[in-house]
Ligand binder design. Structure first.
Ligand code: ZN
Length: 264
């Protein structure tokens, strides 16, 4: 599932390509047909995000999108016919954005949007985010920090990749209960979330590894598109930091990658 940084990039992409002109708005698949007809010909005035939720703003209405596990957007030339599976097509006469397979694609108003956002935790990508709200939920919870980091009502936007990397960065044992997490440890995790998600939103790739932890060969090939992580997806290999310990993965809803030595 795309994490918050990918959704932010989609918002920026739609602002760059589709604001400022009336759009032809259709639903080739038909499941969004009436809603598309209701806003067809309007201008998109902006796009915003909260965690994994995308809001495309039109005059008087908002299209709420959650991609879920299978949703995606693709950009095409307007001349390219949409596939019949496309739920929503935005077309400015030059480019078209096709949305397929979302969990949510709904026409809402600003009150609905506020309700959705109020159910979510603070989003580390927002400069106005209030980490104290997340901290209050974590410190009174008996769930593990590994579960809590994935809970969108605690912090919005973190998925499986960033969960693993944030816990590793904070040297945090994943099975510590929320109520046993120290404020310092939370602050470290929040800071990591802010830094990692912002870098991901900027470059469109996940690179959480500090240059000081890279090999000379890795530094030689380092670029804006480098994808490099400490633990995610690396079960059974040697930890970059402590060398001797094999990384293990345990299922906690989804696979959890961590180093039992660094994060003990
Ligand atoms: Zn280690």
């Amino acid at each position: 599932m795309p994490e918050g940084h990918s959704i932010r990039r989609l918002a920026d992409l739609h602002v760059a390509h589709f604001t400022g002109a009336p759009l032809k708005i259709t639903s080739p698949q038909g499941r969004f047909e009436n809603e598309a007809a209701a806003i067809n010909g309007r201008e998109m005035t902006g796009a915003s995000t909260h965690g994994k939720h995308l809001f495309l703003h039109f005059e008087g209405s908002i299209v709420h999108v959650h991609l879920g596990l299978y949703g995606w957007f693709r950009l095409y030339d307007s001349a390219t016919d949409a596939k019949t599976s496309v739920r929503l097509r935005l077309d400015n006469g030059l480019r078209a954005s096709d949305l397929s397979g979302p969990t949510v694609c709904k026409l809402i108003d600003s009150d609905d949007m506020i309700e959705i956002i109020e159910r979510l935790g603070p989003d580390p990508l927002h400069s106005s985010a209030m980490p104290d709200i997340a901290w209050a939920k974590i410190k009174k919870s008996k769930k593990t920090i590994a579960e809590l980091l994935m809970d969108q009502s605690v912090i919005a936007g973190i998925g499986n990749i960033y969960r693993a990397e944030i816990l590793f960065f904070a040297k945090q044992y994943p099975y510590t209960k929320g109520c046993d997490i120290s404020r310092d440890a939370f602050d470290t995790m929040w800071t990591a979330a802010v830094v990692f998600l912002r870098a991901g939103a900027r470059y469109g790739t996940v690179n959480t590894v500090a240059v000081s932890d890279m090999t000379p060969g890795e530094i030689d090939t380092l670029g804006p598109q480098t994808q490099m992580m400490y633990v995610y997806g690396q079960a059974g290999t040697y930890c970059r930091i402590c060398k001797t310990t094999t990384l293990v993965s345990t299922v906690a809803g989804r696979k959890l990658y961590w180093c039992p030595r660094c994060q003990s």
